[in-house]
Design a protein around this ligand. Structure first.
Ligand code: GDP
Length: 360
């Protein structure tokens, strides 16, 4: 008897046959596939950290954020996509099933036969008019947005756009305000705390360096046992903080490069780094544009459960939540509660940033 639990939709290959009816070909999934997570991508070659055991068990460990899911001795292997993956894309953070040589020995290649369902996805559109969306990173639970309080000057529109992409992708958000030795972070804090964003101010220049900074310590505990994607324009001090959190970050990336044999990872690709105490950081290159054409305001609002519940109950169907004049009832819900008003104002600002068609 066929055990259908061993098949998934990627196994069904439907091709028009000679007759009028399409023929379908069913392939067995690889029951012996081992679990891994894609930690770097370079021109069709995937660097995968083997997490051991059956693919499903590895995914369960990663999902729970358990520090024990991946051990320091796990092999790092190079892999290519197997034909059965078809046109499915793979990005850093994807959990996969591997077959073939998974020893990680030089000059070996494993095959990726399966991509597990993504729990979250950070997406961007090429620009706001081009709706071809692209997944940048998969399965991160948190998005940490880096902005400097000065040098370079913070750009709230950029922060807003990152937040829209993060909330839309199912991630919690952290705002890391760097170079707090240079200027006050209070104005930015006031803009983002109403959204439920955790705001952390860091400085590596105050006495004692990064090891003594209370903000760096807060960041360290905020990312512990989580998978957090770091985004931000270049020059804000993101690498300095990555290096403070993952002391051997360069070596970890170097090791990946040794395996690829294709030279240093340039700043054009993302890389996933394990934190010494458990958890992962996915460091992304400075993104120049963050098109948001793919974002549906109704889906986006779900990131704010209290507001989503009020909108569901009070607002007219299809409400854009832009303003009371346009029929939105959220002001009625806020009544005379200043915190609720601040929250709605911030959410409307984010929605407007999506509609504004800006990129950076
Ligand atoms: P990245 O491009 O975001 O990775 O930024 P870097 O980590 O390379 O840092 C850019 C510049 O900012 C470097 O000259 C750092 O020394 C400097 N920098 C980093 N953190 C701080 C900080 O907390 N305070 C100040 N004043 N400068 C910093």
């Amino acid at each position: 008897m066929t055990d259908w639990s061993r098949y998934d939709e990627s196994d069904a290959k439907v091709r028009p046959g000679r007759g009028s009816r399409p023929r379908s070909k069913v392939r067995p999934t690889h029951a012996d596939a081992v679990a891994g997570v894609v930690i770097a991508v370079d021109r069709g070659r995937y660097t995968v950290r083997v997490t051991g055991g059956a693919a499903d068990a590895g995914v369960a460990g990663m999902t729970s954020g358990s520090a024990g899911a991946v051990g320091a001795s796990d092999a790092v292997v190079m892999a290519v996509k197997a034909r059965e993956l078809g046109r499915r894309g793979l990005v850093v953070g994807d959990w996969v099933g591997l077959v073939g040589d998974v020893s990680g020995a030089p000059d070996t290649l494993a095959r990726i036969v399966r991509r597990e369902e993504r729990v979250t996805a950070l997406r961007r559109t090429a620009d706001d008019t081009d709706i071809a969306e692209r997944v940048v990173v998969a399965n991160a639970g948190q998005l940490a947005i880096f902005a400097a309080v000065a040098d370079p000057e913070p750009n709230p529109r950029v922060i807003d756009r990152c937040l829209v992409a993060g909330f839309d992708g199912g991630m919690r958000a952290l705002l890391v305000l760097t170079k707090a030795d240079l200027a006050s972070a209070n104005a930015l804090r006031a803009m983002y705390e109403p959204l439920g964003v955790v705001v952390i101010e860091t400085s590596v220049r105050r006495s004692g360096g990064p090891g003594a900074d209370a903000g760096v310590a807060l960041l360290r505990s905020a990312v512990a046992d989580e998978t957090t994607v770091f985004v931000g324009p270049s020059g804000v001090g993101k690498s300095t903080l990555v290096n403070a959190l993952v002391p051997d970050a360069d070596r970890a990336v170097g090791r990946v490069n040794d395996v690829t044999g294709r030279g240093r990872h340039t700043s054009t690709s993302s890389v996933m780094l394990e934190l010494p105490g458990g958890g992962w950081i996915i460091d992304t290159p400075g993104v120049r544009s963050f098109g948001l054409a793919h974002v549906d305001p109704a889906h986006f609002i779900l990131a704010f459960p209290d507001v989503a519940a009020a909108a569901d109950e009070l607002c007219p169907r299809g409400c854009s939540h832009e303003s009371a004049e346009l029929g939105c009832e959220l002001d009625v819900w806020a009544s005379d509660d200043p915190d609720r008003h601040a929250r709605i104002d911030s959410i409307r600002r984010l929605l407007a940033s999506r509609a504004a068609g800006e990129t950076y």
